[in-house]
Design a protein around this ligand. Structure first.
Ligand SMILES: [Zn+2]
Length: 165
């Protein structure tokens, strides 16, 4: 398994090596990344999986892994997800890494559908991503829209807003 911390750190429980400690201090990785990386390592060990990062908002943790690796990480009958939920005490969703914001939002918002994603330019020069969801799918979102907005913003490093249409 590949992770943002080294193999030695994956196998230990408490402290990080100086290099990974530095990454944590500099905000390149988070405490949650370290925790999830170690849990995943216990569950899937040497499997050919790359854990990219984890983000959380409210009671939802989203774990991002390499392309085509979601099923392996979820495990048979969702057994890995169940264990992760128990260990983290939160709901867990696994999605694959992508640079495509529309795909990211689609994967994250399932079973709600998506009309599309637009960039909205603000008068002050900034911008945000507007994620359009059919109004009738509001109840099908896997979490409240504010929580999902926070998760998406953390993943893409830009502001995102879910708008019902
Ligand atoms: Zn390390």
């Amino acid at each position: 398994m590949k992770a943002p911390i080294c193999e030695v750190c994956l196998k230990t429980e408490d402290i990080l090596c100086p290099a990974d400690e530095k990454k944590l201090q500099e905000g390149i990785i988070s405490e949650l990344d370290v925790k999830v990386a170690r849990l995943l390592y216990k569950l899937i060990g040497d499997a050919d999986v790359e854990f990219k990062k984890a983000v959380e908002a409210g009671d939802l943790v989203v774990i991002i892994v390499g392309e085509g690796q979601v099923a392996l990480v979820i495990g048979k009958g969702g057994k890995n997800v169940k264990l992760l939920m128990r260990e983290l005490g939160k709901r867990v969703r696994i999605i694959e890494d992508t640079k495509d914001i529309k795909k990211l939002a689609t994967d994250l918002l399932i079973p709600a559908r998506l009309f599309g994603v637009n960039i909205v330019y603000k008068p002050d020069g900034g911008h945000y991503y507007k994620i359009l969801v059919p109004r009738m799918d509001k109840q099908r979102l896997p979490a409240p829209s504010e929580m999902l907005e926070k998760i998406i913003s953390q993943i893409i490093g830009e502001d995102a807003k879910i708008v019902f249409a």
